[in-house]
Design a protein. Structure first.
Length: 348
């Protein structure tokens, strides 16, 4: 979060809790801040050039002590890890989290924003990749603009399409790095469980992976790009479709980890094994991978830290233009892609 001074940084500089720093600026009807602590907070703010907008802070004093978090599916470990980070940061600020799940239906998001607006939530975090549906995105854009005009603050985790502060995961470059790492392990014939065609995160990851393969001289064949749902069941169904075609693919990349978990189950159900018959890789490094056998190769994204970053972004002093926080992923190679012996490698 280079270049963005948050209230958490001010609190650390002053040696106080985030809740104390918040009360030093915002005031509190129930608790006051000792004069010496308030002076330390103000001195730290001046040193770090942190300057909360007076009007926004005045409106915030009339709001509740809650943060709204809107996710696609709380049962998905990707979102539960983000929720963990949001909750941690909210607790540090003396706030509680109200959770809403769209069940993968983005048209429900504006309604949740309207509910949180009526409840006077302090801030709203929206987590999850956007869909290529300008009608829905525009409705969401208007709902968030109305909420912000009422004095609330917003941060999004996903694509920067809603004209608000956004934490952006480097999906394209992460998938490209994974493709290069798998190629270096000797794999040459790939398939991708690509998710829905209109899902921007799935599209970015597919594009990064396929582009890197083409640059390496291993272009992805059209029949080996499998559109499917962005869920565990989507990966399961997509892998079954691939295997029914009598594929000669050596390695399958699922554009998220829960899809990869479903794909591995499908392999087992056809009396094949991972990685002996087919290697599998994912993206995200969700916490449940600790219990998967064999351990899954993936691109690690710091999901809890992303939740914290989005919350701090929403609670920071407002800026004239939307701020972007970019987060890179890290390739983690595990036993689901052990590599191929030189004698087994196909020519590019």
């Amino acid at each position: 979060m280079a270049g963005l001074v948050t209230l958490s940084q001010v609190a650390r500089e002053a040696g106080v809790s985030l809740a104390t720093a918040s009360r030093a600026f915002n005031g509190s009807a129930n608790r006051t801040v000792r004069a010496d602590l308030r002076d330390r907070v103000l001195a730290a703010a001046e040193k770090l050039h942190y300057s909360p907008d007076a009007n926004a802070q005045a409106m915030a004093r009339g709001r509740t002590m809650s943060i709204g978090l809107i996710v696609h599916d709380i049962a998905d470990p990707y979102f539960s890890s983000i929720a963990s980070g949001v909750t941690l940061a909210a607790e540090r600020a003396g706030l509680v989290v109200t959770l809403a799940s769209t069940q993968h239906d983005p048209s429900r998001e504006p309604g949740f924003v309207e509910v949180l607006t009526s409840q006077r939530a302090r801030a709203i975090i929206v987590a999850g990749g956007r869909r290529d549906d300008e009608t829905v995105n525009d409705r969401m854009r208007r709902a968030l603009a109305d909420y912000r005009r009422s004095g609330g603050a917003v941060a999004v985790i996903g694509q920067p399409l809603l004209s608000v502060d956004t934490v952006v995961v480097a999906n394209t470059s992460g998938a490209a790095a994974l493709a290069r790492a798998l190629h270096a392990r000797g794999y040459r014939r790939f398939a991708v469980l690509a998710g829905p065609d209109d899902h921007f995160t799935a599209r970015d990851r597919f594009t990064g992976f396929a582009t890197a393969l083409a640059e390496l001289g291993c272009p992805l064949r059209e029949q080996d790009a499998i559109a499917c749902a962005f869920t565990r069941d989507g990966g399961h169904e997509g892998m079954h479709r691939l295997l029914r075609g009598g594929t000669d693919v050596e390695c399958v990349f699922a554009v998220n980890d829960v899809m990869a978990v479903g794909a591995m189950a499908a392999v087992r159900e056809t009396a094949r094994t991972v990685p002996d018959d087919i290697a599998v890789a994912g993206f995200d490094d969700i916490v449940t991978l600790r219990d998967i056998t064999p351990p899954l190769t993936t691109v690690r994204v710091p999901l809890v830290d992303i939740g914290i970053a989005a919350t701090e972004l929403a609670l920071a002093a407002p800026a004239a233009e939307p701020r972007l926080v970019h987060v890179e992923g890290t390739v983690v190679l595990r036993a689901s892609t052990p590599g191929r012996e030189p004698s087994d490698q196909a020519q590019p």
